[in-house]
Write a new protein. Structure first.
Length: 193
C-alpha cells in the first residue's frame, strides 16, 4: 500500500506543480456543455452543480496528492493499529481536499479582477484630482467609496481646458477602469455683490 501512497503523492504533486508553473492554464475540463460559466471560459461557475468538480483535473490533482500524503503520514506515524484505517482516512482527506480546491478555484474565477465593480454607480459622483488632466493626457482622480475608503482611478477629460491637481470633478462616464471627468459645478450658495 505504501507504493500507492507514494505514487499518488508524486502524481498529484506533479500536476499541482505544473499548474502553479502555468502548464495547461485554462484546461480544467468539466462535463456539462460550456461548464456553466457565463463567459464560456471552461470554469464551472454554477452553484448547484458541485458534483461536476469530480470530472475536473483540478479535483483529481489535489485528491491524489492529499490521498498520498495522508496515507503516508497515517501509515508511518500511526503505527500498526492505524494501518487498517489509513486507506479510508486518506480517501476521505483526498476527496475533501479535491472538492475544497475545486470550490475555491470556482469561487475565485467568479470575481472580476482589474475591473471596477458597479462602474455605472460611479457616474455622477464627485471626486478630487490627484494628478492634472487634460484632453489626451490622463491624470488620476480619487473618489470616496460608499463602504469607506477611497477609490483611485485613471482620469481622462473631454474638456478643452486643463484641470489642475486638487480640482473638484464630476464623473460623467466610466470606460473600464478609466473615469471620464469634467469640472464639478459650483455647489456653494450663490454670492451676491
Amino acid at each position: 500500500m505504501l507504493s500507492i501512497y507514494v505514487g499518488s503523492l508524486l502524481f498529484g504533486g506533479l500536476l499541482i506543480a505544473a499548474s502553479l508553473l502555468g502548464a495547461g492554464h485554462g484546461t480544467d475540463a468539466h462535463a456539462g456543455g460550456d461548464g456553466g460559466g457565463a463567459a464560456g471560459d471552461g470554469h464551472d461557475t454554477s452553484t448547484g452543480q458541485a458534483w461536476l468538480a469530480l470530472f475536473g483535473l483540478r479535483f483529481w490533482s489535489f485528491a491524489a496528492a492529499f490521498f498520498g500524503l495522508t496515507g503516508l503520514v497515517v501509515s508511518r506515524l500511526g503505527g500498526p493499529s492505524f494501518h487498517a484505517l489509513a486507506p479510508a482516512v486518506a480517501a476521505a482527506v483526498g476527496v475533501g481536499a479535491g472538492l475544497g480546491a475545486s470550490a475555491t478555484f470556482r469561487a475565485l474565477s467568479r470575481d472580476t479582477i482589474g475591473q471596477v465593480r458597479d462602474a455605472a454607480a460611479l457616474v455622477g459622483r464627485e471626486g478630487r484630482l490627484l494628478l492634472p488632466v487634460q484632453r489626451r493626457q490622463p491624470g488620476k482622480v480619487r473618489l470616496a467609496s460608499p463602504g469607506g475608503g477611497d477609490l483611485d482611478l485613471v482620469a481622462e477629460s473631454t474638456d478643452d481646458e486643463a484641470l489642475p491637481a486638487g480640482a473638484e470633478v464630476l464623473v460623467v462616464e466610466v470606460r473600464g477602469n478609466v473615469a471620464i471627468v469634467t469640472r464639478a459645478p459650483a455647489t456653494g450658495p450663490a454670492r451676491s455683490s
